[in-house]
Ligand binder design. Structure first.
Ligand SMILES: Nc1ncnc2c1ncn2[C@@H]1O[C@H](COP(=O)(O)OP(=O)(O)O)[C@@H](O)[C@H]1O
Ligand SMILES: [Mg+2]
Length: 347
């Protein structure tokens, strides 16, 4: 049954209106009940948590639906993909420093008026740098979720190939939209233009696009949040980085983060008997996204075998398969430091 610590955490999260924490403690209690043989109670508690989450998601809907752009993209059609995310930062597994920097962005943005009264500006222009699958796109999604803003996703590669010759004009349309429609604007695959200063990419057109982007970025004084994300760290020069209010680094997950990712993804399954040593060893060097997918593979196997329980061997195999499933041409993660596999895994 619930421990004294869990009851305290439950009351504390109620008192501070921290819904995410409340539900996560409730889930822990459900898992605890299942582990101690009270499977039925565990299931009932989980159902109640799911129900609460669905109600919460439904209650959040109208706020987002009131944003006109999501209903009719108009001029932005074909340039951006609009959505109304429900993801929160607490759904993410992040290094503590990354987490606190993102919390700071949310805090400043929420207090824009207070800062403004003192002649100060919130952080609004962010550059996220890290290996594929480390949660950069998810971060933009979670920021939108936290702030109740729509997410407008700009795929730069697509924009450049589709509108060759008029890319800068199209970018201008996006920056204008930032003024009229408040939202989180994600410029994904920023390396498509951001890495141009290297000799290889010194193509006239791409360079012009970068220059336009930097000019728009500098001029932008909208209320929107601009997030640029890139997998390449070395190729972005410091002059470019200076134009952003914050540059936030992402890394591959370490053993503790792997454990948290597995726990979160398999929260609705029975994980009694899982030993963390072999799990974190098998997942060492994988990205967050790969760990999550490995867990999903193991969960599917369990479901199709008619089991609620995740077997250690299956999870280890699924994670190992994720590694070998990488493209022989490389995962794009070469050069990203990982110490996950090197650590002494906690058991
Ligand atoms: N830090 C993280 N915490 C939790 N899940 C993550 C994290 N990073 C990635 N994931 C999982 O992997 C998926 C893909 O991640 P994504 O944000 O697209 O990575 P990136 O943009 O860095 O390549 C996410 O939708 C999520 O399921
Ligand atoms: Mg991404």
């Amino acid at each position: 049954m619930a421990t004294a610590e869990q009851l305290k955490a439950l009351l504390h999260s109620y008192a501070t209106a921290d819904e995410d924490r409340f539900l996560s403690v409730a889930l822990q209690i459900a898992s605890g009940a299942a582990r101690s043989g009270k499977q039925r109670l565990g299931d009932e508690l989980r159902d109640l948590v799911d129900q609460a989450k669905r109600h919460r998601a439904a209650a959040r809907q109208p706020v987002v639906a009131a944003v006109p752009l999501v209903r009719s993209p108009g001029e932005l059609a074909g340039l951006v993909a609009a959505s109304c995310p429900q993801v929160r930062l607490s759904d993410m597994v992040l290094a503590p420093t990354t987490h606190s920097r993102l919390e700071r962005v949310v805090r400043e943005y929420r207090q824009t008026a207070v800062l403004d009264a003192h002649g100060l500006q919130p952080r609004r222009k962010l550059l996220l740098v890290g290996p594929p699958g480390s949660g950069k796109t998810m971060t933009a999604t979670a920021l939108a979720g936290e702030l109740g803003l729509p997410l407008l996703q700009v795929q730069l590669h697509g924009l450049i190939t589709k509108f060759m010759g008029e890319t800068a004009a199209k970018l201008h349309v996006v920056f204008q939209a930032m003024q009229t429609t408040r939202g989180v604007y994600l410029f994904d695959e920023f390396d498509a233009i951001g890495a141009t200063r290297g000799a290889d990419n010194d193509i006239g057109e791409v360079r012009r696009i970068l220059n336009s982007f930097l000019q728009f970025l500098e001029q932008d004084s909208s209320d929107s949040l601009l997030v640029a994300a890139t997998n390449l760290s070395g190729m972005l020069d410091s002059a470019l980085m200076r134009r952003f209010d914050d540059v936030i680094q992402y890394d591959l997950p370490d053993a503790a983060m792997i454990k948290q990712l597995v726990r979160n993804r398999l929260a609705l399954f029975d994980t009694t008997g899982l030993r963390w040593g072999p799990v974190t060893a098998a997942a060492g060097g994988l990205s967050h996204a790969e760990v999550v997918r490995g867990c999903e593979d193991a969960a599917k196997d369990a479901v199709l075998d008619g089991r609620q329980r995740i077997m250690l061997a299956m999870l280890v195999r699924a994670l190992s398969e994720r590694r070998s499933a990488r493209s022989p041409l490389g995962s794009g993660q070469e050069g990203w430091a990982t110490d996950a596999g090197a650590r002494t895994p906690e058991d």
